[in-house]
Design a protein around this ligand. Structure first.
Ligand code: CMC
Length: 389
């Protein structure tokens, strides 16, 4: 093992070369394909940014119109997929449902295995991006026993999603434009984040050349964990547990004494303010002009204020991350907390697919297969059962 590098949790390992997303964690910089995240959030739509991540350049008007049309054409789920969803208990966690439903799509589109055919790849990528909001809305409606609402192609990406979630009777649910734009911005912010745990999973599974559905299902499973995308749901639980602004200092004291983590704080790469959290804080202000002020934001702001002045957090360079404020916005918009990680997965599927495609086209990439430092027994021999004590 002389030449083997031991790097548990990849703290110091670059697993690939990538031209998609750039992060400078010390400076708090995030760029997609060279564009600052702040500019993309202000000037572009989620579908424009999806095209950018997948193709390397922003779309021109014709490309955007073709791309939007392609996405709209593939929003429907095969009817058998609905039956599949109906098999779940009413209280099944939507992430469990999402993970298995994405994998089930692999059986609906067996041609997806042909991963080196560029046209086929484009079709499967569009299908996945288009169907994620539909699956998410169906998971939600399944819980309440509500009839599913079919996609409405007169609406844009986020309006259509909100209509599938919340339409009750005719006419359609028309989202407040401030809210649908805020959701679009949140989708942009979550679309990619270089080699995070779920993206690394996507590349790892994809390196065995399986189809993108099984890859995205595995990536979504990685995202589900509370240290990754599951953190946004945990933040809301934490804010509920704290209950009021005057209990924040006591809670932080508890965290410092080893009583758990401050959820939505800290990041492997950012040792500065997560730029996405800054934009989300701004978006929250917009959302509250429509939904009214939310008591949880007061608790969150107080948490941030105290933590950013506290030696424990300063010394460890722990700042709010993307998950700290996102759940508060989602809740204000009317999403249930168990959907928060699904709301992370809808846009992140774009990053998974862009990174997967980049990996497939990279001649240096092979099947992911790390080595290990073996710490077990040396050779030994089986003792007959009668002699074992
Ligand atoms: N609250 C309190 N202490 C913390 C926190 C936190 N949120 N995060 C890290 N620390 C401490 C940790 O205990 C350690 O202290 P010490 O040096 O005394 O042992 C030190 O800071 C370094 O932490 P680490 O665990 O070595 O850092 P990591 O890079 O392995 O973990 C992390 C990064 C995001 C998993 C971690 O900060 C964490 O668990 N945060 C809370 C969960 C969270 O918000 N996750 C969302 C991450 S961003 C979006 C995403 O990826 O989905």
């Amino acid at each position: 093992f002389g030449l083997m590098t031991y790097d548990p949790a990849f703290l110091n390992t670059s697993s690939c070369r990538s031209a998609i997303t750039y992060i400078d964690g010390d400076a708090g910089i995030l760029r997609y394909r060279g564009y600052p995240i702040e500019e993309l959030a202000e000037k572009c739509s989620f579908l424009e940014v999806s095209w950018l991540l997948l193709n390397g350049e922003l779309p021109n008007p014709n490309e955007l119109s073709e791309w939007t049309g392609l996405i709209k054409r593939h929003t429907m789920l095969h009817e058998t997929t609905k039956k599949f969803l109906e098999g779940y208990r009413y209280d099944a966690h939507p992430m469990g449902m999402l993970i298995s439903t994405i994998a089930a799509l692999s059986t609906v589109y067996p041609e997806a295995k042909n991963v080196f055919d560029a046209d086929n790849r484009k079709l499967q990528i569009a299908r996945l991006i288009a169907k994620m909001p539909t699956i998410c809305a169906y998971c939600y409606r399944h819980h309440f026993g509500l009839p599913y609402v079919y996609p409405d192609n007169d609406l844009n990406f986020t309006e259509n999603f909100m209509n599938m979630m919340w339409k009750m009777f005719e006419p359609k649910y028309l989202a407040n434009p401030i809210l649908s734009r805020a959701l679009d911005i949140l989708f942009i912010l979550h679309a990619d984040h270089e080699q995070n745990c779920s993206t690394n999973t996507m590349r790892c599974v994809g390196s065995a050349q399986g189809d993108p559905y099984v890859g995205c299902s595995a990536a979504a499973a990685a995202l589900y964990g509370p240290l990754h995308g599951g953190a946004n749901e945990e933040v809301l639980k934490m804010l509920d547990q704290i209950g009021s602004k005057d209990r924040v200092a006591g809670f932080i004291h508890q965290v410092k004494e080893g009583g758990g983590k401050l959820m939505g704080f800290g990041h492997r790469v950012y040792k500065n303010y997560d730029p996405r959290a800054r934009i989300i804080k701004w978006a929250a202000e917009q959302v509250f002009t429509v939904t009214g002020y939310n008591k949880k934001i007061e608790i969150a702001l107080e948490l941030e204020r105290i933590a950013l002045e506290d030696d424990y957090f300063v010394k460890r360079k722990l700042y709010p991350n993307v998950d700290f404020y996102s759940g508060i916005i989602y809740e204000a918009m009317g999403f249930r907390p168990d959907l928060f990680t699904v709301l992370f997965a809808i846009p992140r599927v774009v990053g998974w697919l862009a990174q997967w495609q980049e990996m497939l086209l990279d001649p240096e990439q092979k099947i992911a297969r790390p080595r290990q430092i073996y710490t077990g027994h040396g050779e030994r021999h089986v003792v007959p059962m009668a002699d074992r004590h």
